[in-house]
Design a protein around this ligand. Structure first.
Ligand SMILES: Cc1cc2nc3c(=O)[nH]c(=O)nc-3n(C[C@H](O)[C@H](O)[C@H](O)COP(=O)(O)O)c2cc1C
Length: 193
């Protein structure tokens, strides 16, 4: 089983990255082959809404997103991890999500499987942190991620959401959160989340 982790935080080694690393370690402990990519380290342009993909099912922009498409097709499990930025996922993560419009086009316009032959067998987890103490701080980001997963026929396997996490590395002082992340990674592989 291949597990792909995608971090959307521009703060490398921050709270999102620490949590994602625990999820991936948990997945690896159950025998999964794991790979983590950080979208802030990649060259991913925003969608131009050129509509080329409506005819071809491919995105015409030749940048690092082409590699991300391949990784998503190969992965059995996908972990999207992003801090909350103004209630949503980060701009870097949103650019990546919007570029999945070409896969949306495959499914809804071209009536093709959006993620290749393994479409429909994949599951996805969302991991997020936010500085605010309470309120509905995760709802918009969660809605975005659920929309992506539904469009790509990725079963939503759940979300790990931690509020009141602001300073870089603050999540390291919450061992229960890191443990939850590790266990979530295990469950993702075992298929019980
Ligand atoms: C541009 C920006 C916008 C933010 N917006 C929110 C927000 O709307 N709600 C919130 O709870 N935290 C917000 N935060 C705080 C981050 O979510 C918080 O610091 C988080 O721990 C960062 O995670 P990271 O270390 O993985 O990048 C924002 C931070 C930045 C830089």
């Amino acid at each position: 089983m291949k597990v792909l982790g995608i971090s959307g935080s521009p703060r490398r080694g921050g709270n999102t990255d620490l949590l994602l690393a625990e999820v991936m370690t948990g997945a690896a402990s159950k025998g999964a082959e794991v790979k983590t990519i950080a979208v802030c380290a990649l060259d991913i342009a925003p969608c131009e809404h050129c509509d080329v993909c409506l005819k071809t099912g491919e995105c015409k922009i030749q940048d690092d997103m082409q590699m991300v498409y391949r990784e998503m097709e190969e992965a059995d499990r996908i972990v999207l991890a992003s801090p909350v930025h103004f209630m949503g996922v980060t701009a870097q993560m949103k650019a990546m999500i919007d570029r999945c419009q070409s896969r949306w086009a495959r499914k809804y316009v071209l009536k093709r499987p959006p993620l290749g032959s393994q479409t429909g067998k994949k599951a996805g987890l969302f991991v997020s942190v936010g500085g605010r103490e309470k309120g509905n701080l995760f709802e918009p980001a969660l809605a975005t991620v659920k929309s992506l997963f539904a469009s790509l026929d990725i079963r939503f396997a759940g979300a790990l959401l931690f509020s009141s996490v602001d300073e870089k590395g603050a999540i390291a002082k919450r061992p229960e959160a890191l443990k939850q992340a590790f266990i979530a990674g295990q469950k993702l592989v075992e298929g019980i989340s």
